[in-house]
Design a protein around this ligand. Structure first.
Ligand code: IPT
Length: 964
């Protein structure tokens, strides 16, 4: 067989729409017989009905054979895993032979064998007769089975080659996963139907092409003839209001059932409109992925994706980078998501050679590219959720795009065309880009973008709406900068929003690594963890990025004034009548009052009830918008949006009754307390009457050391470091400037700079210790081999609690941002199980992330404080903490600090490659920070905005420690 043919297939029937029908169909999914060969040169005798396959294995269909013990998956992003020499392919060409016997029901005649997806080159035989072959892995194909079907037992045989000339068209950034991975059916359905349903000014217009007549009982439409058009009162379809009408097309031999949604997508003066109103896409890029099944995603999982998206205020999906399983689009119609349906086309690997030889511009590939577009459009044309067709992704430029676009405009003028790879927009209706910086997006929003060389194309493009088909790369910790993008999208009407890259981490379940990424299967060429860049973890647990996104995408916002809150409706198509509003007042995170608010359906100003005055502490007002009733995608009570306002600040009473530090010879920690002696005067916070502090003496260990003691805390007199805090042995807080780099820190080049500079190997020199009412420890902190350093002066006082004022002063020419400015200390792991804090939470927050964190009182075990990024990295930082209780003590910020607590060190975190590499040690590592470097999205896109760079500067960290 010629696998190097440019032809997309042979023996196939014309593509047609996917729909439900009463035509009989046989489900051919299930257990098939399977054999894998290393090359394509295998005898074809296996296709005969009587071939003995008893020596073969079983394999489920749909599935990928590499996920069932035959060969292994491989991950590459841009580069091809085979030599680039189109249309040639390697001799090593994994080839899967499939066999499946089935019994034809009594009286059955004729029918089509339908394959929804097979990766990548599939030949099909029925009872030994070759029906044809097909390419286009994520697209359906049908063969006429009629002539070869026989009563009783039939044998279907399929040979799937991993590599073919078509491989050059499928270079998407994802795992290479061969196999029949979507459904196989024998169907007697043969009809094709194209329903056109538009909406304008309260009226819907309906027509259709196809055999038979169309009825929509709910609208009183009956027996509409093909080509006829009627206009009637309808409710429009939008992602917010996904009204669908059941339609029936009575065709010869079958009754087709469709769900019709009336909606019109248009572009007026560079604004994207749905039903005449501006459409703001709050989107995500969705690859099909399941950690065990790869792209053979179970229906329930597809549904879970849609529900999760809806519940996180996502309103749009780009089906990157191929048409999804057809059921996914039904779910989008039903539950409401705007969809950009993207063709199964990517030739990214040619970019590395200046796009020389790119199939997109090669006339020999024209048929194949057009074939892919046609099969997508024909299959999905009846979905109201699909609002744009995308020609593909990262396929360069070239003549074949024009062919695809021309055909599509002719076939379906109702949907704008999208393609990002050609910035001249010669073949598109929208201007789309990926990973443009905030500044560039703003320039485009203002229509002040750099002109194209060709004035005509430039003028055309200036009239187009703009969208970012990919932005905010959700790899590892991040993405940072979401709020700033959203602010731009909402400010400029030309900006139609965008799609986060991407929905899910493609981590494959792995016995040793937890979740595998590129390289974990021994691939010679791979792109590591670049495939771990989703808003949800592989098991679909939301990552902090998705929680933030929900906040940023909120369709309702709150503006607080004196005794009033203005509720702003940000929905595009609905009012607020489906929501109820609750106002809560909390003092130090404890609820003291709760009221329902009457918010007008259109939004507007709302008087807040009077809230009783109460005991001291910070008082916060939180207003929440929740679903008033069950929706198909979430139950009543589901929170859609919230806002917070500070009512009163807490002003703690100063305490200036200090206990002086005194020097005592003590034995090393770990021994028993054998004596407690009064060593100095002072008043403890709770003791009150005594002006005496207590010095502890320890017994049991060898080698006494000098300690500086105040109350029940002790410092090493030589290093000046805290060694005991209220009786608990600790390794005192020391200045720390480093963190385990995030993926974004690496991509930004910062991780390397930190390593070269030595932020991960700071030395601490003690210059002076003076003890009196204040213990002052002057140090200079610096890595080897540099003249840069930080003067760090710790000023400790004891007033029953221990107070630290740490002055930091950079020395030398610090140019690059540092990772963090704060202190790190350790304590016995067993001393802390749960952390309770007051401040933003419950999730992690960095300077340019954590929009979802709200001020309250939160509690989590140390384990729960960790964000389990698939490739471990800095995580779990709680920002702006007022106080936190850990085991026996409370740390308070003056006014706030950043809190991170782990059972491993930053160095151990940085060394880990996979989740299971992180093993709890016997120490608790506590990071108390003044500031962190921003996160950004440099793995793809801009590094942190300048405001989020943490530059070394003279600064002061103030903390206090009290007994809890
Ligand atoms: C962009 C791709 O379109 C997408 O598939 C993915 O690879 C993403 O990058 C990174 O994860 S292309 C990139 C060169 C901007």
């Amino acid at each position: 067989m010629d696998l190097e043919t440019f032809s997309p297939g042979s023996g196939r029937l014309e593509p047609r729409a996917a729909f439900r029908t009463d035509a009989p169909s046989l489900d051919l999914n299930g257990t098939w017989r399977f054999r894998l060969s290393p090359t394509a040169n295998v005898p074809e005798d296996f296709a005969g009905p009587d071939y003995d396959d008893s020596g073969w294995d079983d394999l489920p269909v749909p599935s990928h054979w590499v996920l069932h013990g035959h060969g292994a998956p491989a991950y590459t992003n841009v580069v091809y895993p085979i030599p680039v020499d189109p249309p040639r392919v390697p001799d090593e060409n994994p080839t899967g032979d499939y066999r499946r016997a089935f019994d034809l029901p009594e009286g059955w005649t004729g029918g089509r064998l339908r394959f929804e997806g097979a990766e990548s080159f599939a030949r099909v035989w029925l009872n030994g007769h070759e029906l044809g072959f097909s390419t286009g892995s994520r697209l359906p194909v049908e063969y006429d089975a009629g002539p070869y079907l026989r009563p009783g037992r039939n044998v279907l045989a399929v040979r799937v080659h991993q590599w073919s000339a078509a491989t050059y068209l499928e270079d998407q950034d994802m795992w290479w996963l061969p196999g029949i991975f979507r459904d196989v059916t024998l169907t007697r359905s043969a009809a094709d139907v194209f329903v056109r349903a538009s909406y304008q000014d309260g009226r819907g217009t309906l027509s259709f092409d196809g055999p038979g007549t169309l009825s929509v009982p709910e609208l009183g439409v009956e027996g509409l003839e093909p080509g006829a058009e009627i206009t009637l009162d309808v409710r429009p379809w939008t992602a917010e209001t996904p009204h669908l009408y059941d339609a029936v097309v009575t065709c010869p031999g079958e009754t087709v059932r469709l769900r019709v949604g009336f909606r019109t997508i248009s572009i007026v003066d560079s604004v994207l409109l749905a039903n005449g109103r501006p459409l703001l896409l709050k989107g995500v890029n969705r690859h099909e992925f399941h950690p065990e099944h790869g792209r053979a995603v179970p229906y329930e999982t597809m549904r879970e994706d849609v529900l999760l998206m809806k519940r996180h205020n996502v309103n749009a999906v780009r089906t990157s980078h191929y048409p999804p399983h057809p059921d996914f689009l039904d779910l989008c119609d039903e539950l409401g998501l705007w969809v950009i349906d993207e063709c199964d086309l990517e030739t990214h690997g040619f970019g590395g050679f200046g796009w020389r030889g790119n199939p997109t511009d090669d006339p020999r590939y024209e048929d194949a590219l057009l074939d892919r577009m046609r099969r997508m459009v024909e299959r999905d044309k009846n979905h109201p959720s699909v609002i744009m067709w995308s020609l593909g992704n990262e396929a360069g430029v070239g003549r074949n795009l024009a062919v695809m676009a021309d055909w599509t405009r002719e076939r379906d003028p109702s949907r704008p065309l999208h393609y990002e790879g050609d910035w001249s927009c010669a073949h598109t209706d929208v201007y789309s880009r990926m990973y443009a910086s905030h500044a560039e997006v703003e320039a485009i929003g203002r229509r002040e973008e750099d002109p194209l060389d060709d004035p005509e194309l430039d003028a055309r493009r200036r009239q187009m709406p703009f969208l970012q088909c990919e932005y905010a790369h959700a790899m590892g910790n991040g993405p940072g900068g979401l709020a700033e993008y959203q602010e731009l999208f909402e400010r400029y009407p030309r900006l139609a929003g965008g799609f986060i890259w991407e929905w899910i981490d493609h981590g494959l379940t792995h016995p040793e690594h937890g979740y595998a990424y590129g390289g974990d299967y021994g691939e010679l060429v791979h792109d590591g963890n670049f495939v771990i860049d989703g808003l949800v973890f592989p098991d679909r647990t939301p990552s902090p990025g998705l929680i933030d996104l929900k906040k940023v995408f909120e369709p309702v916002t709150f503006e607080f004034g004196d005794g009033v809150v203005r509720v702003v409706n940000g929905h595009g198509f609905t009012d607020l009548s489906h929501l109820r509003f609750v106002a809560t007042v909390q003092v130090e995170g404890e609820t003291v009052a709760e009221h329902r608010l009457d918010v007008p359906a259109q939004g507007g100003e709302c008087k807040l009830p009077g809230f009783p005055d109460g005991p001291g502490g910070e008082r916060w007002l939180t207003v929440r918008a929740e679903l008033a009733a069950d929706e198909p995608w979430a139950p009543a009570g589901h929170e859609v949006a919230w806002g917070q306002a500070l009512l009163t600040l807490h002003d703690p009473a100063p305490n200036d009754l200090l206990t002086a530090f005194t020097r005592t010879a003590t034995e090393p920690a770990g021994g028993e307390v054998i004596d407690a002696g009064v060593v100095a005067g002072g008043e403890s916070r709770d003791g009150g009457e005594s002006r005496d502090g207590v010095g502890l003496r320890y017994g049991g260990g060898a080698g006494a050391r000098d300690e500086l003691i105040a109350g029940d805390s002790a410092f090493d007199a030589v290093t000046g470091r805290l060694v005991r805090l209220f009786g608990t042995e600790v390794e005192g807080p020391r200045l720390d400037l480093w963190r385990a780099p995030t993926d974004n820190d690496r991509a930004d080049g910062l991780a390397d700079k930190w390593h070269r500079l030595g932020l991960d190997r700071l030395t601490h020199r003690v210059d002076e210790i003076t003890a009196g009412e204040e213990l002052v420890v002057r140090t200079r902190v610096a890595p080897a081999a540099t003249n840069l350093g930080m003067l760090a002066t710790y000023r400790w006082t004891f007033d029953g609690g221990l107070r630290l004022v740490l002055d930091i002063e950079p020395e030398g020419d610090w140019r690059d941002p540092v990772a963090r400015i704060g202190v790190t200390m350790t304590l016995p792991g067993a001393a802390v199980d749960r952390v309770t804090w007051f401040g933003p939470g419950p999730g992690e927050a960095y300077p340019d992330t954590g929009m979802a964190a709200r001020v309250g009182r939160w509690s989590a075990t140390v384990e729960e404080l960790q964000t389990p990024y698939v490739r471990p990295q800095e995580n779990g930082h709680r920002a702006d903490v007022r106080w936190a209780e850990l085991g026996g003590f409370r740390v308070s910020g003056e006014p706030t600090f950043g809190l991170t607590a782990r059972r491993w060190s930053a160095a151990e975190l940085a060394a880990a490659r996979h989740r299971p590499d992180l093993v709890a040690g016997d120490r608790l590592h506590l990071h108390l920070d003044l500031a962190h470097q921003g996160i950004g999205t440099a793995t793809c896109g801009p590094r942190p905005l300048p405001a989020y760079d943490l530059l070394a500067r003279r600064t002061t960290l103030r903390l206090r420690f009290d007994r809890a």
